[in-house]
Design a protein around this ligand. Structure first.
Ligand SMILES: [Zn+2]
Length: 282
């Protein structure tokens, strides 16, 4: 058992010590996106708080070492950690999942995730791709969400859309926000980037290409008024926040953003698949 404990300590250290891009840990002042949806992540690692009087929801956990930043951002907006009743995840890569265990402990919230990512989250490790050697603190899944299922905390209701490929249980989330008397559909897409995943002869995930294709088709067919993603680099929330002007339309409202993003993502996927099929390394 001693060996196991030592191994566990070593494994946990690896997530915190993995060399990460500076913008993943750079602090970011929190801000409101639309309605009761707020950005509380780091400069590039998005974490979203969706607030309601009877319970708040948090999506994604960023890194172990950025948990204090996320908690500080939540407090700076005037919300309490104990008000967070539900935590969700886009996908089980460590840059979005390593902080979840600590955030779950500090908030006492329920944690819901998909069946496809549950074993990864509960092991704190994925068995393929560029982050296969990075271990992070495992987090227990309290409820397994199904495709199309709506989960709630207080007055916040989010629908899970399983969009596997980037990870086997990659989950995109949609919910409604109201602002100035209008209702907007918000989407936080799970990533559909290849990001070093092996697409050819992936023994850990043989269906990976079919899953990517189906998820790309599914997301292309969806409608959203507000497009959010797990990395700020996917949609420049800081630029939109800077462009916000009183009395003007909210720059986060852009009903073409999802389709524009998906067209680029699909082209990038096709290109990378062709490259790997030609024998190039992921
Ligand atoms: Zn990822």
């Amino acid at each position: 058992m001693k060996f196991l404990a030592a191994f566990a300590a070593l494994a946990f250290a690896s997530a915190a010590q993995a060399a990460v891009p500076a913008e993943w840990t750079a602090p970011q002042a929190p801000f409101r996106i639309i309605g009761n949806t707020y950005y509380v992540g780091t400069k590039d690692l998005a974490v979203y708080l969706i607030a309601s009087p009877k319970g708040d929801v948090l999506i994604d956990g960023a890194l172990v070492q950025t948990v204090p930043q996320i908690e500080k951002n939540i407090a700076a907006l005037g919300f309490k950690l104990s008000g967070i009743k539900l935590i969700l995840n886009t996908h089980a890569h460590y840059d979005h999942a390593a902080g979840l265990a600590q955030l779950k402990k500090d908030t006492g919230a329920r944690f819901d995730a998909s069946a496809g990512d549950k074993p990864i989250l509960e092991a704190g490790a994925i068995s393929f791709g560029p982050t296969a050697n990075v271990h992070y603190p495992p987090v227990t899944v309290d409820h397994v969400v199904k495709d199309g299922e709506t989960v709630s905390a207080g007055d916040v209701h989010l629908t899970a859309h399983l969009t596997p490929g980037h990870t086997p249980g990659c989950t995109s989330w949609t919910w409604n926000e109201t602002e100035s008397g209008k209702t907007y559909r918000v989407i936080d897409i799970c990533s559909v980037s290849v990001a070093g995943n092996p697409l050819v002869n992936n023994k850990a995930y043989p269906r990976i290409v079919e899953d990517y294709r189906a998820s790309i088709a599914k997301l292309k067919a969806m409608h959203a008024d507000v497009f959010l993603a797990p990395h700020a680099g996917f949609y420049d929330p800081q630029g939109k926040e800077a462009a916000r002007k009183a009395g003007r339309p909210n720059p986060f409202v852009d009903s073409a953003a999802l389709q524009n993003f998906m067209a680029k993502a699909e082209a990038a996927f096709d290109k990378e698949l062709a490259r790997q099929q030609a024998g190039e390394k992921p």
